[in-house]
Structures are given as C-alpha cells and as structure tokens.
Write a protein that binds this ligand. Sequence first.
Ligand code: AMP
Length: 430
Amino acid sequence: MTTLKAVRGTRDLLPPETALWNRIEATARRVFARYNFGEIRTPVFEDTSLFARGVGEETDIVSKEMYSWEDRARAQSEKSQSLTLRPENTAGVVRAYIEHKLGETGQLQKLYYIGPQFRRERPQKGRYRQFSQIGAEVIGPPSAGSESPLRDAEVLEMLATLLDELGITGWQLHINSVGSSADRARYNDTLRAALVPLAHKMCADCQRRAVTNPLRVLDCKVPEDQPIIETLPKIADALDEDSKSHFAAVCAALDAASVLYTRNPRLVRGLDYYTRTTFEFTHGGLGAQNALLGGGRYDGLSEGIGGPKAPGIGFAMGEDRLVLTLQALNQGAAPPQVDAYIAPLGESLNPAALALARELRRAGLSVELGDGSFRLKKSFDAADKAARRIVILGEDELASGILTVKDFSTGIQSKVPRAELAAHLAQPAA
Ligand code: AMP
C-alpha cells in the first residue's frame, strides 16, 4: 500500500514550531486589543460568487486558484450551489458586515481574524495551498470617518508596532495610491493603450494581462520585462485631486508618527477591490516570496457585493511567512523545558508518581512523568533532555516524604520535603 501523505501544498505543523505560531498569534491578539479591534470568525467556505464579485473575476486568485465545487442539494428545499474554500478573508468579513447590518450601528467596525486560506498556487518555500493569514479590517459608514486618511495611517502604524513586537527587524514598508475606481479605470485604459505596441515583447502572462487587466502588468517579476515596465505611464499621474490629497495626508500622518516607508508607484496588488492606499511590508530574509503582508483601502467593495456604502481599509499577513522570517532571524522556537521530570523507581511506584505529578501540575508546574519500568540511567537521560530538574521517587522517598531532587544546570542534588517541593521546583534554575 502506498503511504498517505499530506496533500501537495499543505503541511503539518509540529511542536516545537507550533509554539512559535502560538506566540505570533498571542502577540497579534495583544496588539490588536490595544488598538480596540475585536475578533471575527467567518466560515472557511462561502458562495463562489462572493469571491467572483468581491475579489474580481480577472484576478489570478479567482480565475486560476480557487478550490470550488458544486454542492449538490440534499433535499427539495435546498438548491445546489457553487461553493469555494476562502482564498482570502476580506470578502467574507465584508459579507458578514452587510449580513449583520453592522453599518447601522453608525460606528467604525474594527475587526481582526486569524485562520486558514486556500489557493491552488504552485507550492514553493513560503507559498502553500493552505496557508494562514492574520488580518484586520476597519470599515464603516462615511459618517463614522471610514474614509479618513488617519485610518490608513493608524493601520500602518499598528502594523509597524506589531512587527516590532514580534521581533521582526529589518522590514520595509512600501506604499502607493491606486486612486478612486474612476482613476483606476482611466489608468487601466491609458496602460492598455501604452501596452499595444509593447506587449508582444513581454512574457506570456503580461501579454494576457495587457488585454484583460493591464494594471497587473506592473506586478510582473520577470527580469526581462522590467525595463519595459519602467517606461509605462505612472498611476500617480492619473490620480484626481481628492486621491492625491488623501495620499498626501496618509504620508503626513506616517511622518508625524515616525513610521518609515518607501513610495512605490508600481505597487498595485493582485486584488481588484483596492482603491487609494495600497501597501506591502517586505522582508529580505524571505527570498523570492518576500511579501510579509499586504493590504489597502477598498472603498467600493461593500457596494460591489450588494451592500451599503462602507469604505474600509485592511491587510492580511502571511503567518507562514512570519514564522519563516523569525526562524531566519534565529528566533525560532527551542524545545521547551519542563520544570520537573518525575522518575519512579520501579513499576510499583507508578501510581504514587501519578499522584505526585498531579499535585505539582495543580500547583502550576509543568511536569513530565517517567515510568517505573525505566532503569535509572534511562530516566536521567530522558529527564536531562526534557526538564530542568529530576525528582526521584523510590520506596524510601515515598515513606519518608523527603524527595531527592537533582538540578541539571548546577549538578546539585538535594533532599526536599514533599510539602516544599512545589516551591522548590518553581525557583528558576541557577
Ligand atoms: P494577499 O491576500 O494576496 O494580499 O496576500 C497577503 C499575504 O498573505 C501575503 O503578503 C503573504 O504573506 C500571504 N500569502 C498569500 N498567498 C500565500 C500563499 N500561497 N502561501 C503563503 N502565504 C501567502
């Protein structure tokens, strides 16, 4: 029989690496709470049309990468429906915002999520078919200030703080403005015209995009195409006055808060819903897949999927890439050491060892429980790997209530009364 393996592009996360994932998530939750964000959890699958309409039919994600299936009706009362594993979470959050009429509160909604996303991409380091994103959205009616450039700058400042607190040094923030929907449409036409005499000299993807979605040509990474892309008209020249002053205000607020950034006129990003501010944080330690996170403003998304006017701004960070970056910075997780390893001397002492372990664990200590069938040397070897101290439990110790404890960092062996054992083990190793 062939052995079964995790499906291509998916992977198992094992300890101790999962400790790093948990640390990242805990840090993100802590920082989000400080900025008054609350958690939203949306379903992992949605109606396919949400992504077709929300993210855009012509995007790579929707046209090539979705896991979709026809969900057959199981009863007469049900309709069969095309469903899709979510490739991103913003469309789902905005769908929930509309469905639960969150706009009627009149307040800005500040929501974050942590969870798996699915895209049928070509797997490589840092790019998977199931990956996890940590993201947040600020969305609300215009009367709540949802269009204000201050919201954009605050989200970017929060991200700079979050990356700093995660211990990710050396990140770079790139920002751009893609203007209003009208600016984008105008610029797309300008680009399409500019590409007519050039596209045949470019890669196959660009030749297709030059017709279907010229903006995406700017995202091309093929080296030979770069000199041509440099000659194309810049989106900054296509912005109307409102978009220009919005972008200037975002930059001014970032300057005031001393958040460093680079303006990158080619940053258009792969999702159709973006308007005005777009941004990406990159890191040199990631190699080809150097984007840690990306996001931007999506002032028309809610209306695009049938909701009220609800401008918003958000981002999604690749959690897998945060892990890779921290590992590259040598901040990966080391195997944890428990406070104590209990070594019963003989199988008859196993029940007493469980009782002792229970006592210590209930006192808040982390404890690994050995087995009375192990020889003492084997117990010591196992304990040395897993724990800071070993507690030996033989017949004498059980009868006298005085336990033998050895501290591995000092090599000192001591006798400790059972009543004092938890306090003794709680002391930091010397
Ligand atoms: P996007 O939703 O495409 O704007 O991506 C936002 C972030 O999610 C990227 O900057 C990456 O860090 C991460 N990401 C996107 N696609 C993948 C993938 N296939 N595997 C791992 N991380 C990804």
